[in-house]
Design a protein around this ligand. Structure first.
Ligand code: FPP
Length: 236
């Protein structure tokens, strides 16, 4: 297992959880069975991240494009999210996990948006790990929203910098991801954290999300530990 104190452990891991539908199809099951199994993988990976000493874990749970899926699947995903929140919040809180939601949560309706807000409030002072759930999230929409907020705040064009612009993003105060994991063999960024991934290392695996386990997470961290990060500069 990786040493939690080591610098080779990424501070922030972000995951594109992909392959729930294919996992279900391969077993002749409805897609919702894949999403249900995917929610179990979420549990495993949060535990693995905490154990490795990862301080920020971001999970892409619902993209702004996912609204285009059939209404039944959107409903299933919303139900799973609600259920997950209700059944896991106390344990996450007890484990010292702070919850933060990014994206357009209002699109899930006022009741769920409020529940998410309460969960954020309840866990706000937890220090062990921050779990960021990207819900109804799209990277381009986030950047446009941030630009609007900067304009509304009265920032003059000549005063806008990469640093102060970042304060208007949903992720204000959260360090950029060091490592991105995408499951299921697809090799795309899919409108995920477009601004924040500028220098992230990316790790792809063919494992479908419902099968993703603590060992896969450890493999990703091990691969990351062997990489040389230069942030565009040359090695000293
Ligand atoms: C991608 O698989 C996955 C999603 C669109 C949703 C992710 C949701 C979960 C893991 C479960 C609920 C989440 C939480 C936080 C409780 P896909 O459906 O695109 O799979 P496919 O590409 O094989 O069709």
């Amino acid at each position: 297992m990786a040493d939690a104190a080591s610098h080779s452990v990424p501070l922030h891991v972000a995951i594109i959880m992909d392959g729930n539908g294919r996992w279900a199809a391969a077993r002749g099951l409805p897609r919702v069975a894949g999403h249900r199994e995917g929610a179990k993988a979420v549990r495993r990976v949060i535990e693995a991240a905490v154990n490795h000493g990862v301080r920020y874990l971001t999970l892409f749970a619902f993209s702004s494009e996912n609204w285009q899926r059939p209404a039944g699947e959107v409903q299933d995903l919303t139900f799973l999210l609600k259920h997950y929140l209700r059944s896991e919040l106390d344990e996450l809180h007890a484990e010292g996990v702070r919850l933060k939601v990014i994206g357009e949560r209002e699109r899930f309706g006022a009741a769920l948006a409020q529940e998410l807000e309460e969960a954020e409030r309840k866990t706000a002072n937890n220090k062990r790990m921050t779990l960021v759930l990207a819900l109804s999230y799209g990277g381009r929409a986030e950047i446009v929203t941030a630009a609007r907020r900067a304009i509304e705040a009265g920032i003059k064009p000549e005063d806008l910098t990469e640093q102060n612009f970042a304060h208007f993003l949903f992720t204000a105060g959260i360090p950029d991801p060091d490592l991105v994991i995408r499951t299921s063999g697809e090799q795309r960024v899919s409108n995920f954290l477009l601004w924040q991934l500028a220098y992230a290392e990316i790790w792809f695996t063919k494992v479908l999300w419902p099968d993703f386990c603590a060992g896969d997470f450890a493999n990703a961290l091990e691969d990351y530990a062997g990489r040389e990060r230069r942030f565009g500069a040359r090695p000293v």
